[in-house]
Design a protein around this ligand. Structure first.
Ligand SMILES: Cc1ncc(COP(=O)(O)O)c(C=O)c1O
Length: 373
C-alpha cells in the first residue's frame, strides 16, 4: 500500500545536510552558542526578505506575539481583537499581558478575519487587532487597516503560517505595526528546533523587543522592566539562514502541489480552498471542507494517508477560555470550519504521484457514498 505522510522533513534535510552540519560545526568551534553572529545575520536577511527595517529573532512565535503586545503596552483591562480560527498561541499572548481576547468570525471563503465583523468588536478598551494569515493565505489587510486607522489602533499580523506570502504584491509582515513569525520545524520556514521572530519598521519597537527578549537589560545585570529569556539560539539562526535561500522555491513547489490537488478535485463535492487575485498564498496547509470530515479522515487513514485537522475546536470554545463566556453558535463560520476542515498532506517534496493517490482515494470515497446513498 502506498503511504502518504502528512509532512516529511527528511528529504529537505538531505539536500541541506552538508551546509547544516558545517554551520553547526562552526558554531561549536567558535562557541558562539547564544547571541552570536548566526542570529544577527539571520535577522538582517529575514528583514530584507520581508521588506522591513528590523527583525528581532526569538525562541518561538508565541514569544513574538507576547513581545508585540508588550511593545505596544497592552495590559490588564485592555481588549485585543483577534480571530478564534487560529492556533491557540494567538490568544495566549493576549492573556499573557493580562488583556482580554475579543474574537471575531472569519470570512467563509478566505478563512481569515472578516472585516465586515471587525468594527462591531471594537470598544473603547480595544488596544490592538491581530489578524491571522491562516494556512498561508493573507488576511484582507487593506480593509482591516482602514478600520484600524479609523479607530487609531495598531495591527499585529500573525504571520506564523505565511512566510513569504504576498498581499497586493508585497510580502506579509509589511502591513501591520508589527508582524510575528514562528519557525516551528513544520512551518514553511522551519528551524531545527524552536524559533520565532518579530518584524517591524519602527526602530523603537525593535529596540524594546531586543531588550525584553534578553531580560530587559539596559546594561548587563541592570533591568529596567520585567523581561524574559526569549532569545533564539545560534544553531537555529544558522539553519534558518541556510533555509531562507530556498524559501521562495519551496513556496513555489507548495503552490504547484496545491494546484495539483485543486485540478484533481475540481467538481467534487469537497469544498476546496479558494484563490484570490489580490494574494499569493504560500499553502502552509491545503484544507478541504466536508460535512463527513471524520469518516473521510478515517477512510484516508485506512488507505495509508495521513491528514491533520487545523483546528478541531476554536479558541473561543476551549476550556481555557470558558471564563470569557462564549457559547456554541457565537462564531458560526469559525465553528463550521472547525467541524469540516481537513488538511491534506502538503510539503515541497511531496510527489505528484502521492497527490494523485490522495485525490483518487478522496474521489472514490465520494463515488461509493453516492452509490450507497
Ligand atoms: C497562527 C499561529 N500563531 C502562532 C503560533 C505560535 O508559534 P510557536 O509554535 O513558534 O510558538 C503558531 C504556531 O503553530 C501559529 O500557527
Amino acid at each position: 500500500m502506498e503511504t502518504v505522510p502528512y509532512l516529511d522533513l527528511r528529504p529537505q534535510y538531505r539536500t541541506l545536510r552538508s551546509d547544516v552540519l558545517k554551520a553547526v560545526e562552526e558554531i561549536c568551534e567558535s562557541t558562539t552558542f547564544a547571541q552570536g553572529p548566526a542570529t544577527s545575520d539571520f535577522e538582517a536577511e529575514f528583514a530584507t526578505y520581508c521588506g522591513v527595517d528590523h527583525c528581532v529573532s526569538l525562541n518561538s512565535g508565541t514569544s513574538a506575539l507576547h513581545l508585540a503586545l508588550r511593545c505596544l503596552d497592552v495590559r490588564s483591562g485592555d481588549e485585543v481583537v483577534a480571530v478564534s480560527m487560529t492556533f491557540i498561541a494567538t490568544a495566549w499572548a493576549i492573556s499573557y499581558v493580562g488583556a482580554k481576547p475579543v474574537f471575531v468570525d472569519i470570512d467563509s471563503v478566505r478563512r481569515t478575519l472578516d472585516p465586515d465583523k471587525l468594527e462591531a468588536a471594537i470598544t473603547p478598551r480595544t488596544k490592538a487587532i491581530i489578524p491571522v494569515h491562516l494556512y498561508g493565505m493573507p488576511a484582507e489587510m487593506d480593509r482591516v487597516n482602514a478600520i484600524a486607522e479609523r479607530h487609531g489602533l495598531p495591527v499585529i499580523e500573525d504571520a506564523a503560517q505565511a512566510h513569504g506570502a504576498k498581499y497586493r504584491g508585497k510580502r506579509v509582515g509589511q502591513f501591520g505595526k508589527i508582524a510575528c513569525f514562528s519557525f516551528y520545524p513544520g512551518k514553511n520556514l522551519g528551524a531545527y528546533g524552536e524559533g520565532g521572530a518579530l518584524i517591524t519598521n519602527d526602530a523603537s519597537i525593535a529596540q524594546r523587543a531586543r531588550s525584553l527578549r534578553d531580560h530587559a537589560q539596559s546594561q548587563k545585570y541592570f533591568h529596567d522592566e520585567i523581561g524574559y529569556n526569549y532569545r533564539m539560539d545560534s544553531f537555529q539562526g544558522a539553519v534558518l539562514s541556510i533555509k531562507l535561500k530556498h524559501l521562495d522555491a519551496w513556496n513555489a513547489a507548495r503552490t504547484d502541489r496545491a494546484r495539483c490537488y485543486t485540478d484533481l478535485l475540481k467538481g467534487s463535492p469537497y469544498k476546496l480552498p479558494a484563490q484570490f487575485s489580490d494574494s499569493e498564498c504560500v499553502w502552509h496547509c491545503y484544507v478541504i471542507e466536508t460535512a463527513e470530515r471524520d469518516r473521510v479522515r478515517s477512510a484516508l487513514q485506512d488507505a495509508g494517508i495521513q491528514t491533520a485537522i487545523h483546528y478541531p475546536l476554536p479558541v473561543h470554545l476551549q476550556k481555557a477560555y470558558a471564563h470569557l463566556g462564549y457559547r456554541s453558535g457565537d462564531l458560526p463560520v469559525t465553528e463550521a470550519l472547525c467541524k469540516q476542515c481537513l488538511s491534506l498532506p502538503i510539503y515541497p517534496e511531496l510527489s505528484k504521484e502521492k497527490i494523485s493517490h490522495v485525490a483518487s482515494v478522496l474521489l472514490d470515497l465520494e463515488k461509493s457514498r453516492t452509490l450507497h446513498a
